[in-house]
Design a binder for this molecule. Structure first.
Ligand code: 5AD
Ligand code: SF4
Length: 446
């Protein structure tokens, strides 16, 4: 969501005549798009702001804006920070060019956030966001050949640890017509892979006349768009998971057989305290059904370790779940209490930092063992990947190939593949023969 918002804002500012620079020293305006999901992310923003305050001593005209979830969460409090000129929430991003221009003209403090975040977004506001979404999306700010398309905003789930419903507001599904128009336009611009975005994308629901559009309908409609080769969707919530989505994945060749479906914990007691509304057994049943219906499906999960009250036995249940779920990979986070959430109000953060760290390491070790075993099956196979571009960090394991950079690509099932090839492959499909594997990465030859 944040990557997409950053791309939209970049596009809007370019359309308003601004140019992008990566260097603060060259900039007239610095915008920080922020995440509030864990405290660490917010702490990093505060440290950037400390640095910018220092820079403003020699560049007093520099305009600093904080946008996104942290802007919505802290509002006026953030505007009080000496370095900050603009605070703008995720629902107000269409105003950014205007706010920036006003700030540059000398208005030093500008605040634009949603006053009552739990109030349903008005139709007017939704349509402004929709217009902004379609006017400034472009594949140019993403990975070549790929684009994100938001199909929903907000979340109504209120997992007890999560700040999202308090910063991104109530769940709203976008109408299907502009979504499909947008995909058609992106495909005409050369986009090959579309990733549909929603906090709980399986609950996409848009009533229109005598029918209701669900995610499976969107997948079918998107599949019909010429030029699009791969369609992904993230992220799924394990309740109300319509079987039609699995059938769409099985039957529509363009829909990638990849499911990101966070479990968060394997302990029913903790799942209840997290307000997740399913048990570990129900979650595993859903994975079994997915594997039954979708041949070769790859499944990824998220977990939070060290949630308030998590005992060794609860953690052991999470380890058990990870062993049974046989994920392709999972993302593991240490619980970070978020102000204003139910968990923070009602539950003490009982698990010491050191124990959280150990549980994180242990769960990652268990998952890496599973991933490593799985990945060995790919040795000798030739996989189709969508090349993204040069790999940011050099992988020593990659088979050397004179004069060609190390590229990174992903399979339809989201496996990362590193191989040597010309830069011009970025945004194109390639076939790679796998010669080496590690728990996180496959390596091969073009
Ligand atoms: N602390 C730690 N991790 C969190 N997540 C969400 N809220 C928190 C929190 N307060 C994790 C969940 C979610 C992912 C995006 O971030 O695992 O799926
Ligand atoms: Fe947060 Fe839960 Fe909504 Fe995901 S489903 S955004 S974890 S409240």
């Amino acid at each position: 969501m944040n990557k997409l918002d950053s791309a939209l804002v970049t596009g809007a500012l370019k359309d308003a005549g601004f140019a992008l620079t990566e260097k603060v020293k060259e900039a007239d305006v610095v915008l920080i798009n922020t995440c509030s999901v864990r405290r660490h992310a917010e702490d990093r923003v505060l440290s950037h702001l400390g640095h910018l305050k220092h820079i403003k001593e020699t560049q007093p005209g520099l305009v600093v804006g904080v946008i996104g979830c942290m802007a919505q969460r802290l509002g006026a409090e953030l505007l009080d920070h000496e370095a900050v000129n603009i605070v703008c929430g995720p629902a107000q991003i269409p105003q950014i060019p205007d706010l920036v221009i006003r700030a540059l003209q000398g208005r030093t403090k500008l605040l634009s956030v949603t006053e009552n975040i739990r109030q349903k977004c008005s139709d007017d506001q939704s349509s402004v966001l929709d217009t902004f979404e379609t006017a400034h999306d472009s594949d140019k700010y993403h990975i070549p050949g790929q684009a994100f398309v938001r199909v929903m905003r907000g979340c109504n789930n209120f997992c007890s640890y999560c700040v999202v419903p308090y910063v991104r507001g109530q769940e709203v599904s976008r109408p299907p017509a502009p979504i499909i128009e947008q995909i058609t336009r992106l495909a005409a611009d050369g986009v090959k892979q579309i990733t549909l975005l929603g906090q709980t994308i399986n609950s996409y629901n848009y009533p229109a006349g005598d029918r209701t559009y669900r995610l499976a309908d969107l997948l079918e409609m998107a599949s019909e768009v010429e030029g699009v080769r791969w369609i992904r969707f993230i992220t799924s919530y394990p309740v109300d998971f319509d079987e039609a989505i699995l059938h769409a994945m099985a039957d529509l060749p363009k829909v990638c057989p990849y499911l990101h479906i966070p479990a968060q914990s394997g302990s029913d007691r903790i799942l209840k305290a997290m307000n997740r509304r399913y048990t570990a057994a129900e979650y595993l049943d859903l994975l079994a059904k997915a594997r039954d219906i979708v041949d070769g499906i790859a499944i990824a999960g998220d977990f939070i370790v060290g949630f308030g009250g998590e005992t060794d036995a609860d953690f052991a249940a999470t380890v058990e779940l990870v062993k049974k779920a046989k994920y392709k990979n999972c993302f593991i986070f240490k619980y970070s209490p978020r102000p204003g959430t139910r968990a923070d109000d009602k539950l003490a953060d009982t698990v010491p930092a050191e124990v959280k760290k150990q549980r994180n390491i242990e769960l990652l070790r268990v998952q890496n063992e599973i991933s490593g075993r799985y990945n060995k099956c790919f040795l000798g196979q030739t996989l189709e990947v969508l090349a993204e571009g040069p790999s940011k960090k050099p992988h020593l394991d990659s088979a050397a190939c004179a004069g060609q950079p190390q590229l990174i690509g992903r399979t339809a099932t989201d496996y990362i593949v590193v191989f040597n090839g010309p830069k011009s492959l970025a945004g194109r499909f390639a076939k790679v023969k796998i010669t080496k594997v590690s728990p996180l990465t496959l390596f091969g030859k073009l």
